[in-house]
Design a protein around this ligand. Sequence first.
Ligand code: ADE
Length: 248
Amino acid sequence: MRIDVLTLFPEMVDAVLQSSILGKAREKGIVEYHLTNFRDFSGNKHGQVDDTPYGGGGGMVLKPEPIFSAVEHIVDGTGSRSPRIILMTPQGDPYNQSKAERLAEEEHLIFICGHYEGYDERIREHLVTDEISIGDYVLTGGELPALVVIDSVVRLLPGALGNEQSARTDSFQNGLLEHPHYTRPAEFRGWQVPDVLLSGHHENIETWRLKESLRRTYLRRPDLLKEMELTEPMQKLLEEVKKEEKQN
Ligand code: ADE
């Protein structure tokens, strides 16, 4: 996968892409990162990339030329046929795990990160393929949101995580929150690890994990359960959970 990030603060993005799993994925040849400072494409000698809004009012608006030119330069240079061109904005589609999975299938992602009041509308209408928001709050720029998306996508690429299992069983990967985890010691300050986990009985352990995954989702994110089609065994476990929770 090739990932391009258009930003006025490449050093901020680079620091994260060099680190930990994102950095290792690059070293392993699973992903390439390319950072472009779109000020280099301003087309004017002052390097101006923003301007005041037509119609007046406060704030500055990102001009279309630098963004279009930078994206076109990348697309022409790579010969990518259908890159996803992603605008980071609080007005975008809410991001989630299934969107991460879809993006992980792509060959080329181009992220556009702004730091101003807004983007000239022609960028939205005529250049980008996706607009993504990472949540209903406003950040000072698109860099952190782009890194959130990149992190969630790169960890899904085959070979990026040491342990292949963990990407698949993580929270959300099956639509549910993950079950609780325990490690040694079996007793800590009087608090015991559930017996079933020490039993060595794999089937019982799997059933316990599924049930606790359902419990956690039921208690913390009932909205996720509403969107899911549960198998019959899962429905039974969920009924048990509901009964138990009523008693508590
Ligand atoms: N830029 C500023 N805030 C943002 C958000 N919540 N999501 C995506 N991009 C943003």
